[in-house]
Design a protein around this ligand. Structure first.
Ligand SMILES: [Zn+2]
Length: 132
């Protein structure tokens, strides 16, 4: 069992995720450009892509936020009566294509930050692999 006493509070982890910074040290940048990650962290060495498929969870996170926003915006537009049905369809279609591209980096950084809260790096298995 890893000790969790030295991990930052969840609010700090979320703030670091929103700033696209390493959740462990808060200094290293998670991304070096729009789609490429620095892995491991250039400041503290934390692995961002811990194992194959690890970052898949960020896709669910991205999808969930996008779907929630589409529903909220749909009803806001519906009840404001400013757009016709077809205009709403086109606007939300464009939004649902563009928003996930923009949110991609934040979804990954937040996914990594949440993971740091529940399974701080390195866990017991990763420690064992590093010592081998
Ligand atoms: Zn770091």
């Amino acid at each position: 069992m890893t000790t969790t006493d030295d991990r930052p509070p969840l609010a700090t982890l979320i703030r670091r995720g929103l700033r696209l910074r390493c959740p462990a040290c808060g200094e290293g940048k998670v991304f070096r450009n729009w789609f490429s990650m620095n892995d491991p962290c250039l400041e503290c060495g934390r692995r961002f892509d811990r194992e194959p498929g690890y970052l898949l969870g960020s896709i669910y996170f991205n999808y969930g936020v996008t779907a929630l926003l589409v529903v909220v915006i749909y009803f806001a537009l519906y009840f404001s009566g400013t757009l016709t049905n077809n205009q709403r369809l086109v606007a939300l279609g464009i939004f649902s294509l563009m928003f996930p591209l923009w949110f991609f980096r934040y979804a990954r950084a937040l996914w990594i930050a949440f993971d740091e809260q529940f399974d701080p790096w390195p866990n017991e298995k990763e420690r064992r692999n590093m010592s081998d």
